[in-house]
Design a binder for this molecule. Structure first.
Ligand code: WT7
Length: 642
């Protein structure tokens, strides 16, 4: 069985791509027919990239959860919607059919409204990877509240900044979360984040680890108690609130080249259509398949390809609480065998880390259910691609290398599993509706190719697709300057890319000051700000360098003038502690080099190009340093490099 909008041949892909570029409105108008709308649209697309303003399905009313849940009832009531695999493999899994999930989401929608949450309110969700996280997200969508999920690895300070930016009034969290051998005290972090906060009215706390927590009278309530109230009042069905297609569905914070993360806003209608369309086409999902995306719901990958895309398609999606290497490095393979997973979607960093354990952990695992493998989040090196293809896919599963971003909502460039050709370390072809263009630094289309016919440039998209970000929360100007001003009239991705004569795209990495560490996006300015907050630090500069497992590591050059202790190792640890407090452990530098000065131009600008070369071990190729204020500082930095 195929979905009506499923592409089933290369020929068809080419034809649809052509049509979608010539007339995007007509193309998406057809795809959108296959969804449940409360009211049809007046106009499929209206846009300009100056303000920018993008409106898809204007005038339509929709609720994405009606497409995720109600639409599959009663005919798929007993189909598993969500399979939850706990952190500890000896604990029981939990399986939610579409009926179960519907019931739970309606129930929690009542809990939210009983606690005063209304359409348009911002609800911050800070939870571990348990079914209640999925339920909380969907319940927000059901009542039209705007969810903002924050990854469990962010610090109290990061949460506080996001709560303030979103003016959030509600939080859903857990007492704690399990991740491998670790036990993370989520509620305690929330308590710290709420010191001095005056917008949050209610915190709903779900029990997971039953670690002792403080529950503030009048503000904090237990999830379980609230659910009991709903049960005793016989509150069951919760009618899905009618949302305008362009109403915000959620905010997700992500890093950029400035010090402050921005709240990317996605809209209800377009996001629903595009994530579902891409889920079905990229992975070539067939009804009955089991889909396992290993991302965390705290990132866009989890939003789009654990929850919304798969559920709208009526798929069975696996939610895994733990980590790939605990209790041992065979955990993913155990899960694949246990649930007969057909589609496995993970990050290159996970593949590289598992590669490090050799093929031992794969032995005795069948993996015969696998049909499609996917990667996301960072460029995949050929070695990792081949290992994945050969040892996990046994040479018979296509590997889709999916390139996209928090801002794009769904996959923009990828091969379609088994339908369009794969090419190791290339994301390959743009999806229908995605008008890619490589431009030079002046914004002119790159036409010149090397002898192999490959062009190189900054990757832009010249027309909107349905799940393009609509704004950055409460700061539309920021959205414009970040994405639409560098090359007027185009959406600029921040990535550099190559394109071959067949149109295949290879992502070469960020061309702005954004790092990609283990598939997590971190702004260098953010890390610098955090380091600079440490007493004794005068100035710092942060760059990325190639890292075998993480893809990129964080290298910090720090001018330090504290004099209480001269123990460099200790000062390094103190700085790491500060970064952990300010941002979270994910932003900790891998290397900290103390320097007496930084290479600066006469106008005072740090020459990152030079620092990057040193961090990459390419210090012999630094080039001209004569324009520097103090060229001698470069030699000192090179001599003391780590
Ligand atoms: C950045 C976006 C999209 C979900 C996960 C990351 C890099 C993403 C690939 C890929 C090469 C990739 C880009 C992009 N990236 N996928 N398949 N090949 N690079 O989302 O945190 O918004 O980061 O991740 O540099 O701009 P994100």
């Amino acid at each position: 069985m195929h979905y009506p909008y499923q592409i089933t041949s290369l020929e068809q892909y080419k034809q649809q791509y052509q049509q979608s570029i010539e007339n995007p409105a007509a193309f998406w108008n057809d795809v959108a027919q296959h969804f449940t709308w409360k009211k049809p649209w007046n106009q499929t697309l209206e846009w300009e990239f100056t303000s920018p303003k993008v409106q898809w399905f204007q005038g339509a009313q929709v609720n994405i959860t009606e497409n995720c849940l109600d639409r599959h009832l009663p005919q798929n009531a007993h189909t598993p919607a969500l399979i939850w695999e706990p952190n500890d493999p000896t604990e029981h899994q939990r399986v939610f059919t579409y009926q179960d999930l519907y019931d739970k989401v309606c129930q929690f929608a009542h809990v939210l409204t009983n606690n005063g949450v209304q359409k348009g309110d911002r609800v911050c969700i800070y939870m571990g990877m348990i079914p209640e996280l999925a339920i909380a997200v969907l319940a927000c969508a059901r009542i039209g509240a705007i969810h903002s999920v924050i990854f469990g690895g962010f610090s109290a300070q990061s949460i506080a900044d996001r709560l303030y930016d979103a003016q959030a009034e509600f939080i859903v969290t857990c007492d704690g979360a399990y991740r491998g051998a670790k036990d993370i005290p989520l509620k305690a972090v929330i308590d710290d984040a709420l010191v001095g906060n005056n917008t949050v009215k209610r915190v709903i706390v779900c029990t997971r680890t039953r670690t002792p927590v403080s529950m503030l009278k009048g503000r904090d309530v237990w999830w379980e108690d609230e659910v009991k109230k709903v049960e005793s009042q016989q509150q069951k069905h919760f009618p899905a609130v009618a949302m305008e297609a362009e109403d915000p569905l959620f905010i997700l914070y992500t890093s950029g080249s400035t010090g402050k993360p921005k709240g990317v806003v996605h809209a209800c209608g377009g996001y629903m259509v595009y994530t579902t369309y891409t889920f079905v086409n990229v992975f070539q999902y067939q009804p009955g398949d089991v889909h396992f995306c290993t991302a965390d719901i705290g990132w866009i990958t989890g939003h789009s390809y654990i929850l919304y895309g798969p559920l709208c398609a009526g798929a069975t999606t696996v939610l895994f609480e733990g980590v790939p290497t605990w209790p041992d490095a065979g955990r993913f393979w155990d899960i694949v065998d246990k649930y007969k997973v057909n589609i496995l979607y993970t990050a290159p960093t996970a593949i590289r880390s598992l590669m490090g354990f050799g093929i031992g952990p794969l032995q005795g695992k069948s993996l015969s259910s696998l049909k499609t493998l996917g990667t996301v989040g960072e460029p995949i090196n050929e070695e990792a691609w081949h290992w994945y293809h050969t040892h996990v896919g046994k040479g018979k599963c296509p590997v889709v290398d999916t390139w996209w971003q928090t801002e794009t909502g769904g996959v923009l460039v990828s091969n379609l599993a088994g339908i369009t050709p794969q090419k190791p370390s290339w994301a390959t072809l743009p999806l229908p509706g995605v008008a890619v263009q490589l431009v030079n630094d002046k914004g002119e289309e790159v036409t010149e190719a090397n002898e192999e016919g490959v062009r190189s440039g900054n990757l832009c998209i010249t027309a909107p697709w349905p799940s393009i970000l609509r704004t950055t929360y409460a700061d539309h100007e920021r959205c414009r300057t970040n994405y639409f001003a560098t090359y007027p009239g185009k959406y600029f991705t921040g990535d550099g890319a190559l394109q071959d004569a067949d149109g295949n795209i290879r992502i070469t990495g960020r061309v702005d000051d954004v790092l990609n560490v283990s598939g997590h996006r971190i702004g260098t300015a953010e890390v610098e700000n955090a380091i600079n907050m440490h007493a004794g630090v005068v100035e710092s500069a942060v760059v990325g360098y190639p890292h075998d497992v993480k893809g990129q590591g964080i290298y910090a050059f720090v001018i330090y003038q504290g004099n209480h202790s001269n123990d460099e190792a200790l000062i390094r640890k103190d700085i790491l502690q500060t970064v952990t407090r300010v941002i979270g452990a994910i932003a900790k530098p891998d290397k900290i080099q103390f320097v007496t000065g930084l290479p600066k131009t006469r106008s005072g600008k740090i020459m990152r190009r030079i620092l990057r070369k040193i961090a990459e071990g390419e210090w012999q190729h630094i080039g001209d340093t004569s324009t520097l204020l103090d060229p001698a500082v470069v030699n000192e930095i090179i001599n003391n490099r780590l």
